[in-house]
Design a protein around this ligand. Structure first.
Ligand code: ACM
Length: 540
């Protein structure tokens, strides 16, 4: 009898602990355990799915091969030991394209989705049910999950201008996004310190604009200049490869071409883009410079620079040409046109700009910036694209169809939503992953302090918005500016584990969020980080 009781207690403990060991991030909307037991995944498990599921099948098999040393064959049908992917009917109301169910019993794993993207997310949940140590037999708890994301826009950004990252690494970064059920990669391709996208009509953008003669050492203003020729760019073929790679992971790549500010690299390549083509590039006197400092140059330090695009026909033609090539490479609905941190000094000094302000009946240089952005918006709209701009595009009047990316806090997002414009929230205090994540950070960062808990606490829908205006918030994004992120190990240290917190902010219903439970699940997530062989903050 004693033995029997002990056995039952053991069984209950095992069953209970199985239930406790569900460590999916982001937390699914609902998970239940209608039957007890487990499915055992092994090399003899087969996949049953049609061709439309090839992306999910490939991702699953690549993951299994890489981390567990085997992959699965596909079969037309099977009665047991199979994983099926189907998108037969709308499993939830057809208002969420990304909704899926994951149904695991001891004979089968069935993933049903409202779309191929949805089954891909179901497969991501399955990956997180696998044990974190490699084995030829992988037990998975029987479970029923019904899940859908809270927000349609779930983004991660990466600045490749301040520091350049290889195509191979960009693909890895895209995998990190995919592993978190996020769906947008905002690729910041141009800035003062380097132009990183090949444009066939303007080859000097990359041959000249893609390389700088040195970089400041340490935190701004720096203790010197390393004098190292630094740069790189992506060819159009490489960009196509990245976009394809992302598409196979249901990730949209939104390219950012900065204007009218943050344009020193383009101006160094084509000085006519400046209001003052003959003036040498200015740089802060307190920052050490490497090499020739005559004429227009790529910046070697960080910050905001006065030499910006002149709002001339030459510049608009140039930008339209650039955007034509960009649109051929990126099928995304959105093109990000920057719009942040554009000092107005050059426009104030320029007789041409002052005359243009008069001619167009504009009030000031802010309205001139608005005129600039609206012209670009109009052009992109005629090509069927929409613009996203940083929240400065509110100044001087919003372009009619623009989406605002709110970064200087939430105010820009609130203002834009109140004007019935769509909004993506990226406020510095919660979403800037270049900030330190501990008060004791001993590596150089740009400053700020954004802990894991702070990221987790974020709600992208500001309380100030009326019920009616809340719907304009499309989602949020983590921003990764790379002034002080010069290698992939530091990049991973800065994004992990904050990306995991953000994924839950973006996916999980507010009433299902629970910081204590998230932290519990993070312990398993950190084991996965180890499996993925990545660097992260908090590594023991
Ligand atoms: C920004 O951080 N300048 C958008």
């Amino acid at each position: 009898m004693k033995k029997k009781i002990a056995f039952i207690i053991c069984l209950l403990v095992v069953m209970y602990s199985n239930a406790q060991e569900i460590n999916i991030i982001p937390q699914p909307t609902t998970a239940s355990f209608p039957i007890k037991g487990e499915f055992v995944l092994s090399a003899s498990t087969v996949i049953v799915a049609n061709k439309s599921e090839q992306n999910s099948i490939n991702f699953l098999n690549d993951y299994l091969q890489k981390f567990y040393g085997f992959k699965l064959k596909t079969a037309v049908k099977a009665t047991n030991n199979f994983i099926s992917f189907t998108t037969p009917v709308f499993i939830r109301k057809p208002d969420n394209e990304e909704a899926y169910t994951l149904n695991i019993n001891s004979l089968s794993i069935k993933i049903q989705g409202n779309s191929n993207a949805a089954t891909f997310y179901g497969m991501q949940s399955l990956l997180q049910l696998l044990p974190v140590t490699a084995n030829s037999k992988l037990p998975i708890t029987c479970i029923f999950i019904e899940d859908a994301p809270r927000f349609a826009y779930r983004g991660m950004h990466l600045d490749v201008s301040r520091h350049f990252f290889s195509v191979d690494y960009i693909k890895k970064y895209i995998d990190f996004i995919a592993l978190h059920k996020m769906n947008t990669f905002h690729w910041h391709l141009t800035d003062d310190q380097g132009w990183r996208i090949e444009i066939k009509k303007y080859p000097k953008l990359t041959t000249v604009g893609g390389f700088r003669n040195g970089t400041i050492i340490g935190r701004y203003p720096g203790t010197g200049n390393d004098g190292i020729y630094y740069g790189g760019y992506y060819t159009q073929e490489q960009i196509k490869e990245v976009v394809k790679y992302a598409t196979e992971r249901f990730i949209t790549v939104v390219p950012e071409i900065e204007m009218p500010g943050h344009s020193s690299a383009a101006i160094a390549a084509y000085p006519q883009l400046s209001c003052f083509p003959d003036e040498a590039t200015k740089h802060p006197a307190k920052c050490a410079w490497s090499g020739d400092s005559t004429g227009k140059k790529i910046q070697q330090t960080w910050g905001v620079f006065e030499d910006v695009y002149a709002p001339t026909e030459y510049t608009f033609n140039f930008l339209q040409d650039v955007l034509n090539e960009v649109m051929q490479l990126f099928p995304s609905k959105y093109i990000h046109i920057g719009g942040d941190e554009c000092p107005k000094e050059s426009w104030k000094r320029s007789a041409f700009c002052q005359q243009l302000i008069k001619e167009k009946g504009l009030k000031d240089e802010h309205e001139l910036q608005s005129y600039f952005i609206q012209r670009i918006e109009k052009y992109l709209n005629t090509k069927g694209r929409q613009i996203i701009g940083w929240d400065e595009i509110l100044e001087g009047g919003l372009a009619p169809n623009a989406t605002v990316m709110s970064w200087r806090g939430e105010k820009g997002g609130i203002d834009a939503a109140q004007q019935k414009h769509t909004v993506i929230m990226t406020p510095g205090g919660w979403c800037y992953f270049d900030h330190a994540q501990t008060q004791k950070e001993d590596s150089v960062t740009i400053g700020g302090f954004t802990s894991l808990e702070k990221v987790y606490s974020y709600d992208p829908v500001p309380k100030e918005l009326s019920e009616e205006n809340k719907k304009y918030v499309l989602g949020a994004q983590g921003n990764v500016w790379t002034e002080y992120i010069g290698n992939t190990s530091k990049l991973e240290y800065m994004i992990f584990p904050r990306i995991s917190a953000l994924s839950e902010v973006l996916w999980t219903p507010v009433d299902k969020k629970n910081e204590a439970d998230f932290k519990r699940r993070m312990e398993a997530q950190m084991q996965r980080y180890k499996l993925w062989n990545i660097n992260y903050f908090g590594k023991k």
